[in-house]
Each structure stands twice: as structure tokens, then as C-alpha cells.
Design a protein around this ligand. Structure first.
Ligand code: COA
Length: 167
């Protein structure tokens, strides 16, 4: 039987952007199975709960049969092993990402040499995009249409409206 390769695509996804979706789409074309893993207990104060982030990821990636959504905490390599994954998938948007990604890839290799990190490059239209920037633009009333999936934008609008009602 041919070897099946599982890749983990980890991140905060607070919120999911079209840049992340671009990497997931490219990844699912290459690997047999892609698990998008939401980091829980991030030190960053998240806008969305991990359940909300998983729900949105599920809605957006539901069209791909080989993509699953999950949450994890603790060491990424341990989580990858528990899922039978041999690849960590990461996106590199620009040279500025490289140093951080290089450090993480080498530390993960030191921790678990059998797991390879594979980098993919998103469409250049998303090379400047980050979740923080999306949150900042949105909170100041700017449009995020085209930067995040429509379901994410709707969710952000609904969440802001309900927060305002509570105030
Ligand atoms: N398009 C758009 N934005 C992207 C992107 C893409 N393709 N890829 C990354 N980003 C952005 C994210 O939106 C995020 O933006 P923000 O900082 O404004 O929120 C930023 O790049 C980095 O986020 P992310 O890719 O989610 O990574 P992270 O730094 O939050 O988390 C983990 C990285 C989860 C892989 C890492 O922290 C980890 O492995 N943690 C587990 C503990 C562990 O094992 N530690 C040892 C690691 S060596």
C-alpha cells in the first residue's frame, strides 16, 4: 500500500485569513491528509475562542475531504506524533518570516528528527496580511472584505454587534 503522508498546519488563526486558506488549499493538493491545528492557550489574548476559530475553519475547509480541523496545546511535535503526522506545514509570506520559521523548524527537528517542516509560499496578494492587521483594520472601521473568508467577516461583524449590545 502506498505511504500516506499527513501534514499538520498549526497556528493561532485569530482570525483565519485568506492567506491561511491559500496555504491550506495548496497543502491539501500535496499531502494525503492535512490537519489544521488551532493552538489553544496562546499567550496572545485571542479575539476568538478556540471553539470559534475551529468552527470557522471547519466551515471554510469543509469542501476538502482530506482536511481536518483540531485543537492542540503543549509541544507541537508531540501533537504531530500523536496524529501520525510526519510533516509540519508552514507558510512563509516574506523574508521577515524566515528567521522565526527557521528557528522553529530547527528546534522542532532537534525535538523530533523524524518530523520534517515543509514551507509553502502563499499567493503574493496575501504576503502582507496578518491576523493582527486584519483585527486592527476591522476595529477601526476599515473593510476586510477579500482579506478573510466571508464567513469570518460575517462572524466578526456579528461578534462586534453583540459586544456593543452588551456594553
Ligand atoms: N497568511 C496570512 N497570515 C499569516 C499566514 C498566511 N499564510 N501565515 C501566518 N500568518 C500570520 C498569522 O496571522 C499571525 O499573525 P499575528 O501575529 O498578527 O496574529 C502570524 O503570521 C503568526 O501566526 P501563526 O502562523 O498562527 O503562528 P504563531 O506564531 O501564532 O504560532 C506555532 C506558531 C503554533 C506553530 C507555534 O507557536 C507552536 O508550535 N506552538 C506550540 C508549542 C511548541 O511546540 N513550541 C516550540 C516550537 S519550536
Amino acid at each position: 500500500m502506498a505511504k500516506q503522508v499527513t501534514a499538520i498546519y498549526p497556528g493561532s488563526f485569530d482570525p483565519l485569513t485568506n492567506g491561511h486558506v491559500d496555504i491550506i488549499e495548496r497543502g491539501q493538493q500535496i499531502f494525503d491528509r492535512v490537519i489544521v491545528a488551532v493552538l489553544v492557550n496562546v499567550e496572545k489574548d485571542p479575539l476568538f475562542s478556540s471553539e470559534e476559530r475551529m468552527q470557522l475553519l471547519g466551515e471554510v475547509t469543509g469542501k476538502w475531504d482530506n482536511v481536518e480541523v483540531d485543537a492542540f496545546n503543549g509541544l507541537l511535535v508531540n501533537y504531530a506524533l500523536s496524529k501520525g503526522a510526519e510533516v509540519i506545514l508552514r507558510g512563509i509570506r516574506a523574508v521577515t518570516d524566515y528567521e522565526y520559521e527557521f528557528q522553529m523548524a530547527l528546534m522542532n527537528r532537534r525535538l523530533k528528527p523524524s518530523i520534517e517542516t515543509v514551507f509553502l509560499v502563499p499567493a503574493e496578494a496575501y504576503s502582507y496580511l496578518s491576523s493582527s492587521l486584519v483585527k486592527e483594520v476591522f476595529s477601526l472601521g476599515g473593510s476586510v472584505t477579500g482579506l478573510v473568508p466571508a464567513v469570518v467577516e460575517d462572524f466578526m461583524k456579528r461578534k462586534t454587534a453583540s459586544n456593543q449590545r452588551e456594553d
